[in-house]
Design a protein. Structure first.
Length: 138
């Protein structure tokens, strides 16, 4: 409320008069807004295909998230050099998204991540390429 009172954040009105995109000062990263089209952040079918490619099965996880969706969330919610904790790692999509962000911006300090998963079903032997550490850009 304080930012709104200082007019440092405001909500644009759409044609229908509902709240629209949040606008804020100095938005160097992707500015958050409420509509993320699947062309930009993926969809569940894309996520299932990512899982199929990694685990060679359709039934590894019931509700996988697209890597592009997690990339968008991390672009908004973190900075280069941050440590991200995913305590319900499942298929490791958060880690994959962090690695992709680091690869896309090799001139920035790498984000780091910790993934934790307690479910027995997640104890799947991954290929060595899935477990590789951070890659340096050449």
């Amino acid at each position: 409320m304080k930012l709104r009172e200082q007019e440092r954040i405001w909500w644009a009105r759409t044609a229908r008069g509902a709240a629209g995109d949040p606008l804020s000062e100095g938005c160097a990263r992707t500015c958050p807004w409420t509509w993320w089209p699947h062309e930009e952040v993926g969809h569940t079918d894309e996520a299932k295909k990512e899982i199929q490619a990694l685990f060679k099965t359709q039934t590894a996880f019931d509700t996988p998230k697209p890597t592009r969706l997690l990339e968008r969330v991390l672009q908004i919610a973190t900075n280069p050099g941050d440590l991200i904790l995913d305590s319900f790692a499942g298929s490791g999509t958060t880690g994959h998204a962090v690695l992709k962000l680091n690869q896309a911006a090799p001139d920035h300090e790498s984000r780091r991540f910790i993934l934790v998963e307690m479910e027995r079903r997640s104890r799947v032997k991954l290929p060595p390429s899935a477990c590789a550490g951070p890659q340096k850009a050449t």
